[in-house]
Design a binder for this molecule. Structure first.
Ligand code: ADP
Ligand code: 5GP
Length: 194
């Protein structure tokens, strides 16, 4: 089928406002190509949502534990998003690389900035954009995973992320998620392009 494994093995960094469909697109990629990609498991201080699995979706830790990891220099990047800490550990990347898998990171804008400015990191960056702000708000609400207060925080942050993404040279590709099949086809093409 010609899409067994991408020739470009660099990490794929997916960012975009909360609720835009990053998780959905990544899941589609993993399911379409089993044994090829791996998500990294981030650490976070936010509470788990119903159905989220410790060690798979996130490592859910206390602020104290998170700070300890920061001082041990355990993270490739870390950020505060919507009042909670999030970080990608060096260990989660190393574990997936050791299995020969291409890592896919789903991180926020601050994480992208840190990775971009680290000369030791060579990755590919894709930004997922909503067709409109109203659509983003609708999707975030329809997911029904956040409180109204948290939705407002995420929408405020979304405006900042969308502004940042428009700057030239930040992302290698921008995908507008105005239809899942179309957005997924563009995502897959980006990941597999020679
Ligand atoms: P993110 O990971 O970026 O926060 P999710 O992948 O959780 O976003 O998607 C947010 C919600 O929007 C989910 O309920 C998902 O099913 C829905 N969704 C994603 N893409 C689309 C789309 N193209 N059209 C309609 N709904 C979508
Ligand atoms: P959520 O709480 O919806 O799972 O994630 C909120 C935001 O945090 C999303 O934009 C997601 O991409 C980002 N995020 C998740 N893990 C990390 C991480 O390890 N580092 C950074 N910088 N952002 C993360």
């Amino acid at each position: 089928m010609g899409l067994a494994t991408p020739s470009d093995r660099r990490p794929v960094v997916v960012s975009g406002p909360s609720g835009v469909g990053k998780g959905t697109l990544c899941k589609m990629l993993f399911e379409a190509h089993p044994g090829t990609f791996a998500s990294t498991t981030s650490h976070t201080t936010r509470k788990s949502r119903p159905g989220e699995v410790e060690g798979k979706d996130y490592f859910f830790v206390s602020r104290q534990n998170f700070s300890a990891l920061v001082s041990q220099n355990a993270f490739v990047e870390h950020a505060v998003f919507s009042g909670h800490n999030y970080g990608t550990s060096k260990q989660t990347i190393a574990e997936q690389n050791a299995k020969g898998l291409i890592v896919v990171l789903d991180i926020d804008m601050q994480g992208v900035q840190q990775m971009r400015s680290d000369p030791d990191i060579d990755a590919r960056y894709v930004f997922v954009k909503p067709p409109s702000f109203e659509t983003l708000e609708r999707r975030l609400r329809s997911r029904s995973t956040e409180s109204e207060e948290d939705i407002q925080k995420r929408l405020a942050q979304a405006r900042v992320e969308l502004e940042y993404a428009d700057k030239p040279g930040v992302h290698d590709q921008i995908i507008v998620n105005d239809g899942l099949d179309k957005a997924y086809a563009e995502f897959e093409q980006f990941v597999y392009k020679v």
